[in-house]
Design a protein around this ligand. Structure first.
Ligand code: SF4
Ligand code: ZN
Ligand code: ZN
Length: 385
């Protein structure tokens, strides 16, 4: 008799009485059900859970990520990575007695049709995992939503604005809770992509930091770490699927920046030929030895005459935005918002200044006009003539 079971990739898998060659290559007793994307090893579901969880535990202990009694916020978006992270953090904390106090911390960027739905998932996770939840919104912190920002500044740089605001919002949310450590669901694929992007751009300063498992900045009291640094995205999806975790799978309506999308495609093609290439790229990044002070100092001025974009901001040829470290002052606080910043003016305030200058140009007829404008911008930018 043949039993058909669904696969997370939408294919079907026929189960018959196991032959020796179909036994799990790990326990050699149960039937192999999964081919591990990381090393193509054929293993059973139980062994997959065990190796996946143990590898993350080893990553955490090898890097000494936590100490007993520490309060840790899990950056929770409702997506697969952060949902699995919240689940695994709770599981490992209990299994290995890390002694952590875990809280879910979510950011509401104000993206209708995406973040509102994904936050509903986080609220369910809060109940399922019995963890406290704190939500901070761009509206409350900056008086802008991402829908409004896209309507004002266009979709091309949406992820740059969103990234700068999210970083500060996570810090502010964590500080509100008295927490100085945020863990995020960035996985091995994300990290390898970032290494590739920085390599291809020649962005040496970022390349140097792109494989760090923990990042601390003088401009922020909150450190961040990535327990999934060596976890493959495909394995996170498999784990979420087999464990039947409740996560939100829709992509953000504002596609990731074009260059990251290209690096992602490149990574996926490389992975199809050689699955280890994700870990190999991270390994290469970790072992790069850079010449001291070999940092790019030439930043192009914004060529657009009359642009309201602050002068410290560089718009690259691929459309992405970079903020320089002009006016660096160690341990400074932002002159505008008073929030800790390594510059005189924090990056969020620099971006807000440019946005505010353009706000007057928009017809402010309530939130709906912004949503409409965001959609129109996206439609126009996707059209090719
Ligand atoms: S894809 Fe870009 S705009 Fe959307 S949530 Fe992520 S960073 Fe923000
Ligand atoms: Zn097994
Ligand atoms: Zn500021």
């Amino acid at each position: 008799m043949t039993i058909t079971t669904p696969s997370p990739y939408g294919q079907s898998q026929a189960e018959t009485k196991p032959k020796l060659s179909q036994l799990c290559e790990h326990c050699h007793s149960r039937k192999a059900q999964i081919k591990r994307p990381k090393n193509l090893q054929k293993i059973c579901k139980e062994c997959f859970y065990e190796v996946f969880e143990t590898e993350i535990h080893n990553t955490i202990t090898n890097a000494n990520l936590f100490h007993p009694g520490e309060k840790v916020a899990v950056g929770a978006s409702g997506g697969k990575d952060s949902t699995v992270l919240a689940y695994i953090m709770k599981l490992l904390n209990e299994r290995y007695n890390y002694g952590l106090e875990i809280v879910l911390l979510s950011i509401d960027e104000g993206i209708i049709g995406y973040r509102d739905d994904s936050l509903a998932t986080v609220k369910r996770n809060q109940v399922q995992y019995d963890l406290p939840l704190e939500i901070v919104s761009y509206r409350d912190l900056y008086d802008w939503t991402m829908d409004e920002i896209v309507a004002c500044a266009g979709i091309r740089n949406s992820c740059t604005y969103c990234g700068v605001f999210r970083r500060q919002a996570l810090d502010r949310g964590a500080m509100k809770l008295g927490i100085s450590h945020v863990v995020t669901g960035h996985n091995a694929d994300d990290m390898a992509e970032t290494v590739l992007m920085n390599l291809l751009r020649g962005d040496v300063a970022r390349l140097e930091k792109s494989t760090a498992i923990m990042t601390e900045s003088k401009g922020s009291p909150v450190k961040r770490s990535k327990p999934f640094k060596y976890s493959y995205q495909k394995e996170i999806v498999l784990y979420a699927h087999y464990k039947k975790l409740d996560y939100f799978s829709t992509e953000c309506s504002y596609a990731p920046e074009a260059f990251r999308g290209t690096a992602r495609e490149l990574m996926k093609n490389l992975e199809a030929i050689r699955p280890s290439c994700i870990l190999d790229i991270i390994h290469s990044g970790e072992n790069l030895v850079l010449k001291p002070k070999k940092q790019r100092t030439q930043f192009r001025k914004n060529a657009k005459a009359g642009s309201k974009v602050p002068t410290e901001m560089e718009v690259r040829s691929d459309g992405s935005v970079s903020l320089t470290s002009a006016g660096f002052v160690d341990g400074n606080t932002c002159e505008k918002c008073g929030y800790l910043s390594s510059n005189k003016i924090c990056k969020a305030c620099m971006l807000l200044e440019g946005l505010e200058a353009n706000r007057a140009k928009l017809r402010l007829e309530g939130d709906q006009s912004f949503v409409g404008a965001a959609k129109l911008t996206r439609t126009l930018e996707n059209l090719s003539f």
